[in-house]
Design a binder for this molecule. Structure first.
Ligand code: PGA
Length: 255
């Protein structure tokens, strides 16, 4: 049985006071007993606020992740943040290859693979994001695109080091658009991802949590999470509102 995971991707949002309020509300929701421990809950603030959020969340069940990392080890890389630094400030996971990084900041498949290796080497759980554009979906290439992104990111890594791997399927056309994949569309891609993982290693495929991301809201979360191969969600906009985020977490318990 895979444990559900709901991770909030705050993207480039937040201020010290606002983060404090949001995390306090999430923590009191988690502590109120409305959400049993069958779901893992994580937030991924901007790197500069990771330490702040971690200090608030320490000794609670709220896990803290980062949104990106540098593929290189510490050194002369002005402006970058290494995997070891993320571990040092208390991160347990990091998003790798989010579509905004791929399309806006030049994260190629090769760089995504290098970032994933660095995360793994540092003991961080990599949350690998894959997903097709609208054009690719319309031309019937969804499964091929997702498969290619997945295999290229994992190439060169043996299944034994992929223990903590999480994969997030995020159709680019559904991110921040209010347009969600239907539960069936998402399940089809998730099933394919699991099949592709099985070609690498059977037990690994059964163990890896597959998250859906792209306009997940309290109103659609339950149906998505009820799908056989959807083990939780990566939540952007709705993770900035504590009530919505907690409602989505509760939907993962039922799923
Ligand atoms: P969204 O973003 O929930 O705002 O669509 C999801 C994501 O990009 O991780």
């Amino acid at each position: 049985m895979r444990k559900a995971l709901v991770a909030g991707n705050w993207k480039m949002n937040g201020r010290i006071a606002k983060n404090d309020d949001l995390v306090s509300s999430v923590l009191s929701g988690l502590a109120s007993g409305n959400l049993d421990s069958s779901v893992d809950v994580m937030v991924c603030p901007p790197a500069i606020y990771v330490g702040q959020v971690r200090a608030q969340a320490v000794a609670t069940r709220l896990m803290v992740g980062a949104q990106d990392l540098c593929e290189f080890e510490d050194g002369a890389y002005t402006g970058e943040v290494s995997a070891e630094m993320l571990v040092d400030v208390g991160c347990s996971a990091v998003l790798v290859g989010h579509s905004e990084r791929r399309t806006l900041f030049g994260d190629t498949d090769k760089r995504v693979a290098a970032k994933l290796s660095s995360a793994v080497a540092a003991g961080l759980a990599p949350i690998l994001c894959v997903g097709e554009s609208l054009e690719q979906r319309d031309s019937g290439d969804t499964l091929a695109v997702v498969e290619q992104q997945l295999l290229s990111a994992l190439s060169g890594l043996s299944p034994e080091v992929l223990d903590l791997l999480v994969v997030a399927y995020e159709p680019v056309w559904a991110i921040g658009t209010g347009r969600t994949a239907t539960p069936e569309q998402a399940q089809d891609v998730h099933a394919h991802i699991r099949q592709v993982l099985a070609t690498i290693d059977g037990p690994l495929a059964e163990k890896v949590r597959l998250l859906y991301g792209g306009s997940v809201k309290p109103a659609n979360a339950r149906e998505l999470f009820a799908q056989k191969d959807i083990d939780g969600g990566l939540i952007g906009g709705a993770s900035l509102n504590a009530d919505d985020f907690l409602a989505i977490c509760r939907a993962a318990v039922a799923g």
